[in-house]
Ligand binder design. Structure first.
Ligand SMILES: [Zn+2]
Length: 471
């Protein structure tokens, strides 16, 4: 009789066919079998009594920026935080110094992440000069997708955004057409550079310390117009287009209007679903995020879009800046660096939404995991089924997650003002990555366990040859 590595017993298991009362056997990092309660033998038993077993979250929008900017967190610190938050795979955005815009840089980052990550990771690339051979090389290097901004690079950060910013519509169309040909999805931060420039010029005459200045400089129409143009272009370009962090009712209307016209998807984030501009006004520049957190009517429209299946992904957009960096611009909403940590709010906040009856557990899980795996071609992830990676979380729907600088693991725990005091009904009890527990109330994973996750590259050769025998 087979002796499995691990069996998780007595949990309510969210399998592909829905909630089942089965025990889940893991072997060699994969789901080996779903067995009847009490059946099977294993070296290790994990008791899931009273808990739900879900696929681990796949967070497709994460900014560690490593190996640059270690004072904002490292691969180790931020994947520890992700593990504590129930995230088993993250997709790292290409903003770094220098920008991740070539196969060579993808390779350098891959080695760096593989040495330090506790959880699995995918990498985005920036399309740079759009030469077909360069894009093919990035695909062969295993990027999950291309990322672009329709905005201009922030002043002083040109190197970080080199090959990533396409404010010109003609260039945006070229990106979509080129990506469509190479067969890489394109993820877009969509705000109209031209409308932003005009709005920002007006906002410069306002009180820069007033939180209202931020949405005045980046009104929702910047987002909805950029998205409408991209969707119109994609009818011709035929790319796999994904709109990052949708924030507004205006944009939801655009997405709805274009439904079915091309292959596009959209995401939003917990800060847009659970917070409003009033919360930003309360805590100041620590909650400055681009695009801005908006009003209750926008929040309602985002929930409606999720209900309708117009928005099918919820992501963190985890982007830490240091406390001194935020503080230095605390009286200037235009100059303050944009971004806020989200690694440990994503799963608990969506479980909270389940507890409130906003959506089913199955739908929440799809928004966090299965839809990402399907959209970005990670066929072994995002589901609990025989043969899939053993990327799992045990969650407690009856328990609460309280957010404070003491409870968070992220390096950015002292700039999470937007969430201090939050109490989410639902708690991550255990995170398992390819069969190994990396969080069980404390972080117990080790740096170097995380593997490169790619739709086109097999995960064998992550480590440098000289480290291959050290596992
Ligand atoms: Zn982002």
């Amino acid at each position: 009789m087979t002796v499995f590595d691990t069996i998780i017993r007595n949990a309510n298991v969210l399998a592909s066919e829905g909630l089942v009362q089965m025990d889940v056997a893991l072997d060699e990092g994969r789901v080996a079998a779903l067995v009847n309660p009490g059946a099977g033998e294993s070296r290790e038993v994990i008791d899931g009594s009273g808990l739900h077993l879900l696929p681990g979250a796949i967070d497709i929008h994460f900014h560690i920026r490593a190996p640059a900017f270690p004072h904002r967190g490292t691969v180790e610190s931020e994947t520890r935080a992700a593990a504590a938050g129930g995230i088993t795979t993250l997709f790292e955005m290409p903003i770094s110094k220098p920008c991740c815009n070539s196969a060579e840089r993808v390779g350098i980052r891959r080695v760096h992440f593989a040495e330090h990550a506790l959880i699995d990771f995918g990498l985005y690339g920036a399309p740079a000069d759009l030469l077909p051979e360069r894009m093919e090389a990035m695909k062969a290097a295993g990027v999950v997708a291309l990322k672009i901004f329709t905005t201009s690079p922030p002043e002083g950060r040109e190197d970080e955004f080199y090959g990533l910013s396409y404010p010109d519509e003609a260039d945006q169309l070229k990106v979509l057409e080129a990506a469509g040909k190479v067969g890489l999805p394109v993820v877009v931060h969509a705000e109209s550079a031209q409308l932003l420039a005009a709005a920002e010029q007006r906002a410069r005459t306002l009180d820069l310390a007033n939180p209202d200045t931020h949405p005045a400089a980046r009104p929702a129409i910047c987002e909805s117009v950029a998205v409408a143009k991209l969707l119109a272009m994609n009818v011709q370009a035929g790319a796999k287009l994904h709109i990052a962090h949708v924030t507004s009712e205006k944009t939801v209307r655009v997405l709805r209007a274009f439904a079915g016209t091309s292959d596009f998807t959209a995401e939003t984030c917990p800060h847009y679903l659970f917070r409003t501009h009033q919360d930003v006004a309360r805590v100041g520049v620590f909650a400055k995020i681009n695009p801005p957190v908006r009003d209750k009517s926008d929040q309602d429209a985002l929930w409606q879009a999720i209900a309708e299946g117009i928005i099918t992904h919820v992501t963190t957009d985890h982007a830490a800046f240091s406390y001194p960096e935020k503080l230095a611009a605390s009286n200037d909403f235009l100059a303050a660096p944009p971004g806020s940590p989200g690694s440990e709010m994503l799963v608990p906040s969506m479980l909270h939404a389940v507890s409130e009856g906003r959506l089913s557990l199955e739908k929440a899980s799809n928004l966090l995991s299965a839809n990402a795996a399907a959209r970005f071609g990670l066929l072994n992830k995002g589901r609990i089924a025989v043969g899939a990676d053993g990327d799992l979380i045990l969650v407690d729907l009856a328990s609460t997650t309280e957010i404070s600088s003491e409870t968070l693991h992220t390096f950015a725990r002292d700039v999470a003002h937007l969430y201090y005091g939050a109490r989410f009904k639902g708690r991550v009890r255990r995170t398992i990555v390819r069969g190994r527990t990396v969080f069980d109330g404390s972080v117990v994973g080790a740096p170097g366990w995380g593997r490169f996750a790619s739709p086109s590259v097999t995960p064998q050769s992550d480590k440098r040859p000289d480290r291959a025998c050290n596992t």
